[in-house]
Design a protein around this ligand. Structure first.
Ligand code: FAD
Ligand code: UDP
Length: 386
């Protein structure tokens, strides 16, 4: 099958574009991936001893308020009614997250009403004036005051990022809501859930199309294989979802990323921590959080009742050999990125960059899918229709 479009990367971004071009335009798409499986970081597989589904590149929770994205993803999977909740163990005591009235009252050993709690936090946040917020620390203190910041955010963030807080963008922390009610749902979105028969079934259904040809274990920069950069740019339209700095041979400097190490263990108990995610914000604990994967699917009655799978998560700087997970986005990175944007503009107009790695942006799944749908309708479809 000759290809009308080459997609580099079989994550949600690449597969969404591939599926649209194959299904909507009736064109042939080749998707390559350097990994031995499709799905990018959302890939999951059953742990062999227990059958418990483990997300192989870190826990993935689907949530969105974007109606077109919700409609689109429901073509490939249905979702459970799972609602994400996270707890945090600080100095030997368990608190609910995100910071809410329950966290505040437990932490201050009080019974504040919503307005009393607001007044207290406003008082504690006064050291940072709203207009003066320029980094993660100031943003966090402006939202929750210094005592809660020091207990739940400061040392967790130090473990997660190992970057001076004044170099970290404030929007990292804006992802977490702060509530003056007892509502401790982690996400605010209209739709939330986990794919009923797992992420891999969902992803494989997207790729399973007679006009989509998936080629795995194939690196775009390996010139011994036919779909490499040198022999495809300018020859065939390309959607590239790998790291933008690698595409340009790191000419504009290497962008910095955080990676994660996962320590996985099967334990002889049916329930280790009673919840899917427990965070550890104290500096005395080396990991940031523990996932217990069975709790993502309480509806699965075939999971064993005497065994469980836990995964401890450790964060560190990524070298070029590591999986790039979180863009650090320091002022230096943002400078380099401007250079890469100019290099992208100088590429042929049928090379499109997208996804988390291709744009150096932390994108949730619904954002990656949403931006792939937009790229398809605004650029790729008009290109082929011309
Ligand atoms: P990816 O999934 O990274 O796919 C890119 C693909 O390109 C990869 O398969 C890679 O192998 C391939 N590739 C790269 N370079 C090359 C090359 N040279 N040649 C061939 N192939 C190449 N989102 C949520 O909505 N909820 C969550 O709870 C959530 N948790 C996350 C936790 C972690 C630890 C991480 C890292 C991400 C999380 N995400 C979450 C984000 C989610 O993973 C992304 O939104 C989604 O994977 C983006 O898809 P993508 O296609 O842009 O990138
Ligand atoms: N964060 C924190 N303490 C927590 C949870 C989160 O300080 O208990 C901060 C931390 O800087 C983290 C950011 O909030 O990087 C975003 O948290 P989220 O849970 O959204 O991170 P992710 O699941 O993407 O790793």
């Amino acid at each position: 099958m000759s290809a009308d479009l080459l997609v580099v990367g079989s994550g949600f971004f690449g597969l969404t574009v591939a599926e649209r071009v194959a299904e909507d335009l009736g064109l042939n798409v080749t998707v390559i991936d350097q990994r031995s499986h499709v799905g990018g970081n959302a890939y999951s597989a059953p742990e062999p001893e227990t059958g418990i589904e483990v997300h192989q590149y870190g826990a993935h929770l689907f949530h969105t308020s974007n109606e077109p994205v919700w409609e689109y993803v429901n073509r490939f999977t249905s979702f459970t009614n799972y609602q994400h909740r996270v707890y945090s163990t600080h100095k030997g005591e368990v608190y609910p997250l995100p910071i809410n009235l329950g966290t505040i009252n437990q932490f201050f050993r009080a019974a504040y009403s919503p307005s009393e709690a607001r007044a207290l936090i406003a008082e504690q946040a006064r050291e940072v004036s709203a207009s003066g917020v320029s980094n993660l620390e100031e943003k966090a203190i402006s939202l929750i005051g210094r005592p809660l910041y020091e207990a739940f955010i400061r040392d967790y963030t130090a473990k997660q990022w190992q970057t001076p807080v004044d170099q970290l963008p404030a929007d990292i922390i804006s992802r977490l809501p702060v509530r003056y009610t007892y509502d401790n749902r982690y996400f605010n979105d209209t739709h939330e859930g986990l794919p009923v028969d797992g992420y891999t079934a969902w992803i494989e259904r997207m790729a399973d199309h007679p006009r989509i040809n998936v080629v795995l274990s194939t690196d775009y920069f390996d010139e011994s294989q036919p779909f490499n950069k040198k022999s495809t740019v300018g020859q065939i339209p390309i959607v590239y979802t790998g790291p933008v700095d690698r595409y340009f041979g790191y000419e504009g400097g290497a962008l910095s990323w955080r990676t994660l190490d996962f320590e996985q263990e099967v334990l002889n108990t049916g329930d280790y921590q009673g919840i899917a995610v427990m965070n550890y914000p104290d500096s005395s604990v080396p990991y940031t959080r523990i996932h217990e994967f069975r709790h993502f699917h309480p509806e699965r009655d075939y999971y064993p009742t005497d065994k469980t799978v836990v995964v401890r998560e450790f964060s560190r700087f990524a070298t070029r050999d590591d999986e790039p997970y979180y863009p650090v986005n320091t002022p230096g990175d943002r400078q380099s990125l401007l250079g890469y944007r100019e290099m992208q503009d100088a590429e042929p107009d049928n090379v499109w960059f997208g996804g988390r790695l291709g744009t150096y942006q932390y994108l949730d799944m619904h954002m990656a899918i949403g931006s792939a749908l937009s790229l398809y309708s605004n650029k790729i479809k008009p290109y082929f229709q011309r």
